[in-house]
Design a protein. Sequence first.
Length: 326
Amino acid sequence: LHRRSGLWFRLRKLIIWLLGMYIAIPFLVKLCPAIQAKLVFLNFVRVPYFIDLKRPQDQGLNHTCNYYLQPEEDVTIGVWHTVPAALWKNARGKDQLWFEDALGSSHPVILYLHGNAGTSLCDGFLHVSVLQVLSSLGYHVVTFDYRGWGDSVGSPSERGMTYDALHVFDWIKARSGDNPVYIWGHSLGTGVATNLVRRLCERETPPDALILESPFTNIREEARSHPFSIYRYFPGFDWFFLDPITTSGIKFANDENVKYISCSLLILHAEDDPVVPFHLGKKLYNIAATSRSFRDYKVQFVPFHTDLGYRHKYIYRSPELPRILR
């Protein structure tokens, strides 16, 4: 009986402690909005960790070159450029100048904007696989780590991420000649992508197309719908958790941006996406499809059935992808 009593006391103590933490966290987030910003960006998460981002060939990408660009003073971003499969043999052992010149070859270019978490190599070797697939389909693929991600220098912010993307886009256009340039955003990268393309359209230099993979409508709706939002039914959830995001200057308003975009749009979304709910991608498509800015451009939504198991980040495995992108 004494042993059972001691066990119950410790269990009750643990429950009270957990309940106290559960109640305290919303107040902590409200008092320190920077905490919520960190949870949105997750740039401190880097998996796999022991990776030399200067050496993409260590990951089997012998046809990829690592650059460093400087969008602003005190900001340096790491860039990977993967050439199309047709140039793989010629690319081995070549320097940065050769890769830059290769952008002028007769192949389209994709600027790939990755989602949150520490680096473009996060989620195992997901993005290595994406680069290989898109390269095999005949594209140059340029991807980079936003400031504060990977080995890029600077502090993350929505404004800064968008400016980094704009800088890389202009860098590509200065070297790619008349070759088509497409913007591809995944997850949080869709927010950067629509910010970027809206700005490009406003200055009348739109890309040839925008591709959004697993997009949301805006960051508040995504945070409210996220499966890890254990506080979504907590009294005052918006005030405690969503308002601090806005206070930190984070909006990623895809639903507003698409009203000002004038180029072809393709949205890809898996029905079994556990991170960005499928209905948010569909809602974004409905907003874009009825927007006057797209009246002269093609707007397409491609769903992927739950049985395919593509979830949040495996759409690149679809054998239908070459046909869809065509």
